[in-house]
Every structure is written in structure tokens, then in C-alpha cells.
Design a protein around this ligand. Structure first.
Ligand code: SF4
Ligand code: MG
Length: 283
């Protein structure tokens, strides 16, 4: 069985010292080993951005795609070879700006791909512009007087779009992040894992210390129930999205692959969900 070291290659990442993306790379390698994969069972597909380089830094099949298009490529890889474990990865600009249409449709399609977003609330590769995840008032070269746009709450968006696995973590918390990636890989449908991954060079607001002061870990929330979609939404709203851990999982929903393969799984009926809390929670 492969160890996490066998998922390393000889290429030295050219990320800035201290960049959060190093830990995400390490967590993917550990999770891949922990779930029993071999390098030739895994494909890592990435978009464009500092974080998009990650597909070149892991000893597995890799494809560095074009901006915002990691998910269409990753879904194509999965459709072509359903036995591969497919991880898509990229940054917040990549997945939640130009790639947002793909993100929403991959979520509702529930295809068996694990999407790991390295969210640093800024465009790092292009030297620091405001992203869809930047807070109101955030000053960069593109918003010198402070951003007037609201930051997108991606975890709430994912729940609304029908996600069956929604998780968030912090690159400093390697243990939690590795565990969530393992759970995401083992989840039979689409899993979205958003990772607070600080850009130490251009984002001087959302720093490691800032996250440590502002994050609530769901493992510290008494009796948090990740199978309850309504609780997940309420908890996100209460904490302005700044929670880490497994936020929501529905293991009952068949994956896209299962439905296409003609397995004996029937699609769930989706009716009157907005008015029926019991049905909403079971979805
Ligand atoms: Fe990481 Fe920011 Fe440096 Fe890019 S610019 S490698 S996101 S620290
Ligand atoms: Mg970014």
C-alpha cells in the first residue's frame, strides 16, 4: 500500500514561503495514502492560479487546465474512467468567479469528484486583486477605496444548490483537513471542500492569526448534526460562514455515475422542499 511519500514527486513548489497551499498539498497526499490509493488510482485536475499548480506537485495523474475549467475536465476524466479517484482543485477566483457556473452544475449533478478550493480571498497569481471571496472594504489594487461588493458565502451557496457533501477547513489544521479530504474521497457523490489557505504575500487582512481568532470548529459545537441541512444553513448564517469541519453530508442521494450506470437506484423526488422541513432535511 502506498505511503504519503509515494504521492510526492521531485518538483519543488514555487509558492511563497508560508503560503497555505503547502499544507493542502500535504493533506491531499496523506489522505490519498490513508484511503488506500496508489498513485495510478488518482487524477488531480487543476485550474489556473497559484493553487492551480498543485496538480504538478503530486505524484499521480495530473492535468493543469485553463482558468475556471478544472471541473469540466475533472468530470470528463471521471466519465472516461470511473475507477479513478478524481480530485479537482484551484483557487477562489478560479472556482467562484469565472468557474462558478461549472461549480454549481457539478454540485447539482452530484458526480463523484472531490473539489478542493484553496480560498485565500484574493487573486494571488496576478499579484493581489479583490476576489468574489473578499470582504466588503477590502483594499487592493483593483479596489483602492475598499470593495463595495459582498463576499460570496460559498458554503451557503453549495447547500442551496443541492450539495451532498459540504466541508470547510483551515490549512493550519492538517489533521482536520486530511480527515475531511478522506471523507470527501469516500463520499460517493460530489464533495466540496473549501480551505482557508492564507496568501501571505498579498492578503494582509485574512492572515493565519485572523483565521485562528475568527473560526469556529464544528467539532467544538455541542451535538452538531451534519446530516441536518437546515442546521447546517443556520450554523453558517450564525457564524458568517467562518466554521470548519464537516458542515453537511447526505449519503443517500445517488451519484450521477450510479444513475447513468443503471444501478437499481431511483432518483429522489424533489417537490415542495421549501415548505417542508422534513423533506428538506432528507434531501
Ligand atoms: Fe501563495 Fe499568495 Fe504567494 Fe500565491 S502569491 S504562492 S497565493 S502566498
Ligand atoms: Mg485566490
Amino acid at each position: 500500500m502506498a505511503t504519503f511519500k509515494e504521492f510526492r514527486n521531485k518538483i519543488k513548489p514555487n509558492w511563497c514561503p508560508g503560503c497555505g497551499d503547502f499544507s493542502v498539498q500535504a493533506a491531499i497526499q496523506r489522505a490519498a495514502a490513508n484511503v488506500g490509493l496508489e498513485p495510478d488510482n488518482l487524477a488531480v485536475v487543476s485550474g489556473i492560479g497559484c493553487s492551480g499548480r498543485i496538480s504538478g506537485y503530486i505524484n499521480a495523474y495530473g492535468l493543469h487546465g485553463v482558468h475556471g475549467r478544472a471541473l469540466p475536465i475533472a468530470q470528463g476524466v471521471k466519465m472516461a474512467n470511473k475507477d479513478l479517484t478524481v480530485i479537482a482543485s484551484g483557487g477562489d477566483g478560479d472556482g467562484f468567479a469565472i468557474g462558478m457556473g461549472h461549480t454549481i452544475h457539478a454540485i447539482r449533478r452530484n458526480i463523484d469528484v472531490t473539489y478542493i478550493v484553496m480560498d485565500n480571498q484574493i487573486y494571488g497569481l496576478t499579484k493581489g486583486q479583490t476576489s468574489p471571496r473578499s470582504d466588503v472594504g477590502f483594499k487592493t489594487k483593483s479596489t483602492p477605496n475598499g470593495s463595495v461588493e459582498s463576499a460570496l458565502n460559498v458554503m451557503e451557496m453549495a447547500l442551496t444548490a443541492g450539495a451532498t457533501f459540504v466541508a470547510q477547513s483551515f490549512s493550519s489544521d492538517l489533521k482536520e483537513l486530511t480527515s475531511l479530504i478522506e471523507q470527501g474521497i469516500n463520499h460517493k457523490g460530489f464533495s466540496l471542500i473549501n480551505v482557508f489557505s492564507p496568501c501571505v504575500t498579498f492578503n494582509k487582512v485574512n492572515t493565519y492569526d485572523w483565521f485562528k481568532q475568527n473560526i469556529t470548529k464544528l467539532s467544538d459545537v455541542e451535538e452538531y448534526d451534519a446530516s441536518n441541512r437546515m442546521t447546517a444553513m443556520q450554523t453558517l448564517m450564525q457564524h458568517n460562514g467562518l466554521v470548519t469541519g464537516l458542515i453537511y453530508q447526505n449519503s443517500q442521494q445517488p451519484s450521477y455515475q450510479e444513475l447513468l450506470d443503471g444501478y437499481s437506484v431511483q432518483p429522489l423526488a424533489v417537490q415542495d422542499l421549501a415548505l417542508d422541513e422534513e423533506k428538506f432535511n432528507k434531501m
